[in-house]
Design a protein around this ligand. Structure first.
Ligand code: ATP
Ligand code: MG
Length: 787
């Protein structure tokens, strides 16, 4: 039963309480990190159910990840019990899939549609571009895909895109977009961006559909609002409504919470504009600010404020906490990325030894996924339990994708991309030429590829040679046999096993000499396990007679093949973050250290956080160094990173880094300089060998505060001229050309073999003979002279 009102509101501050109990018009909660925005949403739901007697089915809550959705549902269930099941708590994408499955007919689609991810999308765009005779060297499929995605995020349809096209690229994009869209329809598929865009157009074009959802969802709540893009914003507006509709149904109560300083998905089209649009479209909106932070120590908060304060055009807000100063931030400068990882591992070990933190209390952040490798190496060597979130994902592996493609074809025979993917996998004698002939036949007859294959088996495609026809007959018979299994209601893992056996896919890998193929077999076994667990869990839920399973038209039956495929399609990096209780993988309760990118860490919190790789060119990313807009986004990312920490924060950088194959030297991140010096306890500031890297000659000499973090700015420093040996004192970027000879403090004599980038992004690759080829950034102070 719901707790009393007192229980629900007791441990909230007045501003939070106001947000939880607010009734009527739209509410915008804008507040800094850790101020309880997510807590307010959860509490509000409990309050609606418990105090305002709202039916769970009237609530729609949108979170940024599936994991966050599951957690929110759990938290609400803890407060109000099983009634929580009837709510819709999901990501934008899952919510749209649910609506689209229900309403597919209205859009002339079948509810068994496939969901194409970025890889499928690229495949289809490649096919389309080829058919339109577009030069792949001039316009890569990737580029076209990015442009089409941007158009969709702005809700621009192909006709409008064509009308607005102002240059050759835009015209080509519009052309591909139109054809791509036609083929998606034909394949009974939506891509990720479509899920949002088509739902919006559904609600806009069909008032009765919109009315159904308007009547149903009387409460709409959105977390991480700052990261919604234009399409998602419009979707929220269409769902909730801004005024009574024709039938007189009032707009839903809308509550969105966010923090403009944590907007880190501009590259996916998220825009701060949404906060402004909200205030414009909902002129009666009420705004609540939350200023008390309950997550971090004052030290951590001050550091976060000092960094984000430098961003231009932001609404200043100051977060405070009454949890005390806590520990100082620990800073560490290492010679290279391996030493940095060793430092992190050593520190985690000693915290664990002293009983100050469990492994599951610790998170290690880096800017890009490729930085995880060095940590993994050393963690494995030391036996530190860890989990890397993200990176090359399980579902992106070739063999896993092949199997998923088979399953998709079985669920949705019109899925051309998947069908063509497995047409000749494993090899069964249906070559490229035969595929092309079938595709042309399909185009000409305006039938699906699957139908064209059937025509082939009935000898209706004269251009095919008898051998191909025979192979196609075998393939179609195989699919029919497997399809029968699905129809008879076989469990997903049994279907999967049948596919592996009957296609000969498994045996081929097992008999291969290539050791990689053995790993592939393991991955496939893993996939079967995933499918089995999926069936078992849904069976458990169904068997629990008290569980209120909400069966809705169009929603795939629990445990069914479409339900499984949907889960697989919508899984995101952040969904595999280990739970903080450490109960995972049965390792004695101490849990595992979590390694992930800062992007993935959004919304999470950890007692101990390591921010690694704080170097200009790494974090902030190279791409951002000469671009104020991108730099502002990187700074927000730094703000997100710092504010994940509850008690202890570490910041570190490496002087040389080899993550991209060639070692490169990077100056300290400007964000390190922005940390107030008195908050940081630098464990190590100096490289180990004299003459190595920056400030080589000054080992043992105390540094002035302005150079803490090791980064020198290009303005002449009043704290003494840094010494670089060899009398080189210039601090502006070195200008180099191919062929120039240089002398470097550490690497010795070298010849420039290539130059890249301009201004602050300038780099040179230099051949130092025996010391190898090294790519160096030329910004700031390079311990190198031109000869
Ligand atoms: P972010 O911006 O990172 O998403 P947030 O604003 O959503 O953060 P929450 O995650 O909701 O913040 O809260 C941060 C932490 O503070 C959580 O551990 C939460 O339980 C705790 N917290 C929030 N409000 C209170 C409160 N009034 N009393 C005690 N603890 C609180
Ligand atoms: Mg939050």
């Amino acid at each position: 039963a719901a707790g009393g009102q007192a229980e629900l509101l007791d441990d909230l501050n007045p501003a939070q309480r106001e947000a939880v109990t607010h009734a009527g018009g739209p509410l915008l909660v804008v507040a800094g990190a850790g101020s309880g925005k997510t807590r307010v949403l959860t509490r509000r739901i409990a309050y609606l159910l418990g105090q305002r007697r709202v039916h769970p089915g009237e609530i729609m809550a949108i979170t940024f990840t599936n994991k966050a959705a599951a957690e929110m549902r759990e938290r609400v269930a803890a407060l109000v019990g099983r009634r929580a099941n009837a709510m819709w708590v999901s990501t934008f994408h899952s919510m749209c899939v649910r609506i689209l499955r229900r309403e597919a007919k209205t859009l002339d689609m079948s509810s068994s549609f496939s969901i194409y991810d970025s890889d499928d999308t690229k495949r289809l765009i490649t096919l389309v571009a080829r058919d339109l005779d577009i030069d792949p060297k001039r316009y890569a499929a990737r580029t076209l895909a990015v442009h089409i995605s941007n158009l969709k995020n702005e809700l621009t349809d192909p006709e409008t895109a064509a009308a607005n096209a102002g240059n050759d690229l835009e015209r080509r994009v519009a052309e591909v977009y139109a054809e791509y869209q036609r083929r998606l329809n034909q394949a009974n598929a939506f891509d990720f961006d479509d899920l949002i865009m088509r739902t919006v157009s559904l609600l806009q074009a069909f008032p009765d559909v919109a009315e159904y959802y308007r009547r149903r969802f009387r409460h709409v709540l959105v977390d991480e609002y700052q990261d919604t893009n234009h399409a998602q914003y419009t979707l929220v507006r269409e769902l909730a409504g801004t005024a009574p509709n024709e039938a007189g149904v009032e707009p839903a109560e809308l509550v969105v919470v966010g923090d403009a300083d944590q907007s880190i998905y501009a590259f996916r089209g998220a825009t701060i504009r949404n906060i402004e649009e909200f205030e414009r479209d909902f002129p009666n909106a009420h705004t609540i600010l939350l200023e008390q932070n309950y997550r971090s120590t004052q030290t951590i908060l001050s550091a976060a404020n000092a960094v984000i304060e430098r961003n231009p055009n932001r609404r200043a807000k100051r977060l405070w906490t009454d949890s005390g100063d806590g520990e100082k931030i620990v800073g560490y400068v290492s010679d290279n990325d391996h030493d940095e990882a060793a430092f992190v591992a050593g520190e985690i070990d000693s915290l664990a030894e002293k009983g100050e933190a469990d492994y599951s209390d610790v998170a290690v952040f880096y800017r890009t996924n490729n930085q995880s490798r060095v940590f993994e190496e050393i963690f494995i060597r030391l036996g530190l339990p860890y989990k890397v979130v993200g990176g090359v994902r399980f579902y992106e592996r070739r063999e896993v994708r092949d199997m998923i493609a088979y399953l998709r074809v079985l669920a949705n025979p019109e899925d051309t991309v998947s069908l063509r993917r497995v047409l000749n996998v494993p090899k069964r004698g249906i070559g490229d030429r035969a595929e092309a002939v079938v595709a042309t036949h399909a185009e000409r007859e305006r039938i699906s590829f699957a139908q064209a294959l059937r025509d082939a088996t009935e000898d209706k495609i004269p251009l095919l040679n008898p051998r191909s026809v025979k192979a196609i007959k075998g393939f179609v018979a195989l699919l029919d046999e497997l399809g029968l299994l699905v129809e008879q209601g076989a469990e997903v893992h049994d279907v999967l096993e049948a596919v592996l056996e009957k296609t000969g896919y498994r045996i081929e890998l097992e008999e291969s000499e290539d050791p990689q193929d053995h790993t592939r077999v393991e991955n496939l076994d893993e996939l079967v396990t995933v499918a089995r667990e999926f069936t078992e869990i849904t069976a458990e839920v169904a068997a629990d007679e008290n569980a209120e399973l909400v069966v809705e038209p169009g929603v795939p039956a629990p445990g069914s093949l479409p339900a499984f495929l949907e889960r697989v399609s919508l899984v995101a990096d952040a969904d595999s973050v280990p739970s903080p209780d450490g109960g995972e993988e049965g390792d004695g309760g101490a849990g595992v250290v979590t390694l992930m990118t800062v992007h993935t860490a959004k919304g999470l919190e950890y007692p101990v956080v390591f921010c690694t790789g704080w170097e200009d060119g790494v974090f902030p990313h190279m791409r951002a160094l000469g671009d104020p807009t991108e730099l502002a986004e990187e700074r927000r990312l730094a703000y997100v990173a710092i504010t994940r920490a509850r008690k202890r924060l570490y910041v570190s950088r490496a002087i040389t880094r080899s993550a991209w194959g060639q070692p490169s030297m990077n100056p300290a991140s400007r964000f390190l300089d922005e940390l107030p010096p008195d908050l940081v306890d630098w464990r190590r500031l100096e490289p180990s060998s004299p003459g190595f890297g920056f400030g080589g000659g000054s080992r043992g000499t105390p540094r002035a505060a302005t150079t803490w973090g090791g980064r020198r700015t290009s303005s002449p420093s009043s704290s003494g001229t840094p010494s670089f040996g060899k009398g080189w004192k210039d601090t502006v970027a070195l200008k180099l050309d191919v062929g120039d000879r240089v002398s470097h403090d550490k690497y010795g004599l070298g010849t420039v073999i290539s130059c890249d980038g301009v201004g602050p992004r300038a780099t040179a690759t230099i051949d130092f003979g025996a010391a190898g080829k090294v790519r160096l950034m030329l910004i700031g102070s390079v311990p190198m002279v031109k000869l």
